[in-house]
Design a binder for this molecule. Sequence first.
Ligand code: GRF
Length: 201
Amino acid sequence: ARLVVLVSGSGTNLQALLDAIEADPSYGARIVAVGADRDGIAGLDRARAAGLPTFVVRVKDHEDRAAWDLALAEAVSAHRPDLVVSAGFMKIVGKEFLARFGGRFVNTHPALLPSFPGAHGVRDALAYGAKVTGCTVHFVDDGVDTGPVIAQGVVEVRPDDTEDALHERIKEVERRLLVDVVGRLSRDGYRIEGRKVMIPA
Ligand code: GRF
């Protein structure tokens, strides 16, 4: 499968995918390009270090959100992906993007959806006093972190946890979960039926 990965930050989930592909010739997917909504991030440095094409589509370079969404969809389409992976991509895509990639666009979120959606899932779980939290890999739909759940991983919250410490522990689980899910979707195929995701064993 041809993957396009979208990032907005450090890109450690991207790096986990790169490392898995490098380590396992039968992984069943390869990254054909990495895109971002901003420049100057480690995620793009990691892509360039791996010799991958990159693109940056910034909201402020477009007259409005819909124009940005179309530009992002075009930039992704140019690489003919089978699957698009949001690995820490911090923008909500719109109708045009979903029209083209809905059903083959997965996101990873650092909380156990439907709990704590949005941009501060780790902080919100900690503030709430949750005893366990974790991460969710799901298909993206027209909501915010509301699409069909593919897999989840649980992480204990410790009494002395800071947001960063907890997020780092979550990311250890999240990177493994994302690598596993992307590999299975790529190798085994899948069907989405309502909120259920069926991946042949
Ligand atoms: C991940 O935990 C992702 O779920 C969240 O931001 C983090 C991105 O980490 N949205 P990285 O850029 O993959 O290191």
